[in-house]
Design a protein around this ligand. Structure first.
Ligand SMILES: [Zn+2]
Length: 387
């Protein structure tokens, strides 16, 4: 007599086991007599048809009818029976030599038995070599520079690339309509005219918002270094890109002076470029530091002479001046501390310095590349040189 799915009234472990074993022995009997494709289709439909197939029935009669406390166990049982039925039906199909439809799930253990030896995998053939690539020169530069500061006890901080106007400008002492905003051609997210200015979203133009975000979370003293991607509305050319990378640093404590700034950055440049480089600071302006400076290092390509090679050719990277501008820095403007005053940054009690540099520009100099675009075009022939 053909198997029918019983209704369960007893959900004890023993009863479930008995019901499962009756179902599986019926499956075994029925699949054993499959001789051709027509038989197999009957088997498949009887067990797997979505409408009233045996799998659907056990789901309806056993699982849905199960009392709450037995649901979990019955669910596991039904899942297990489902995979056993599917496997058995797939094997029956293979056994009668029907071509395996692409969408069916193969049963790995049975592949070898089914395919003739001519279709077996030749394990003596060489494998497919997948090149593992190398660290991108910009990422490597960034990581090496970050490592210099980590050795000085700095920790790495991170923040969102899509920022609000507040963190990117206002809290860094760029008031609305301040001309300093024009120096950073900003890419705004469209359709936000109805929002208040400080909530409008933009692609951060520098990594400095992370300074504010970190000071909101951590009380002084802090020493952080912030590597990250930034965007500006600059058309791409040999020295500009709408997307580039910065490395920024911030140290805040009591009694931090400009002497600490100079000592720290001089040490970092000697670590990074070699102990023979000299550093020089020249006055500059940034809204979020006061006083501000640009730091130059003596040209590590021509050794500061402005001429290079045996033919005394003019040194292009330093424009024959012997100095290369490498970063901007300064003492944190007390106005910036006002925005995080409640978290322990009283400008009367703490002071600090900040600095920021372009990882891409340093990579250009370090690797002697003359076109910034080469870093972002993804040409494997270019990148292979750094492997
Ligand atoms: Zn030079």
């Amino acid at each position: 007599m053909a198997y029918t799915v019983p209704k369960l009234t007893n959900y004890s472990a023993a009863a479930l086991e008995r019901a499962a074993s009756e179902l599986l022995s019926a499956l075994g009997r029925e699949s054993a007599v499959v001789k051709n494709e027509a038989d197999w289709k009957i088997l498949r439909d009887r067990w797997m048809a979505r409408k009233n197939g045996i799998l659907t029935q056990i789901n309806d009669l056993w699982l849905k009818g199960a009392p709450k406390e037995a649901k979990r166990e019955v669910g596991q049982l039904v899942n297990s029976l489902k995979s056993q039925v599917e496997a058995k039906v797939a094997i029956s199909q293979l056994a009668i030599g029907v071509r395996f439809p692409k969408q069916s799930v193969p049963v790995p253990a049975d592949w070898g038995a089914v395919f003739p030896s001519s279709e077996k995998v030749d394990i003596t053939l060489p494998g497919i070599r997948r090149p593992i690539g190398a660290e991108h020169p910009v990422m490597r530069t960034s990581r090496e520079m970050v490592a210099v500061f980590q050795k000085l006890g700095y920790s790495v901080a991170d923040g969102p690339v899509i920022e609000t106007d507040y963190y990117n400008f206002e809290a860094l002492n760029f008031p609305p309509n301040h001309p300093a905003r024009d120096t950073q051609d900003t890419l705004f997210v469209a359709g936000q005219q109805t929002k208040p200015l400080r909530e409008r979203l933009l692609l951060r133009t520098h990594t400095s918002p992370v300074q504010i975000r970190t000071m909101e979370k951590m009380r002084p003293p802090i020493r952080i270094v912030i590597p990250g991607t930034v965007h500006r509305n600059d058309p791409p050319d040999a020295s500009h890109s709408p997307m580039f990378h910065q490395i920024e640093g911030l140290a805040v404590d009591t009694n931090i002076t400009f002497g600490d700034l100079k000592g720290t950055l001089d040490h970092a440049m000697k670590e990074f470029f070699g102990s023979s480089v000299k550093t020089s600071f020249r006055p500059s302006f940034f809204p979020f530091t006061e006083p501000s400076a640009e730091m130059f290092v003596s040209c590590f390509i021509c050794g500061g002479s402005g001429r290079r090679g045996s033919d005394n050719a003019p040194c292009r990277p330093c424009k024959q001046t012997g100095w290369i501008e490498i970063l901007g820095c300064g003492m944190v403007d007390p106005n910036v501390f006002e925005f995080v005053k409640d978290n322990g940054y009283d400008p009367k009690k703490v002071s600090g310095f900040a600095f920021g540099m372009g990882a891409d520009r340093i990579a250009l100099l370090k690797y002697g590349v003359d076109d910034l675009q080469a870093f972002f075009q993804g040409d494997v022939r270019f990148l292979q040189q750094f492997a």
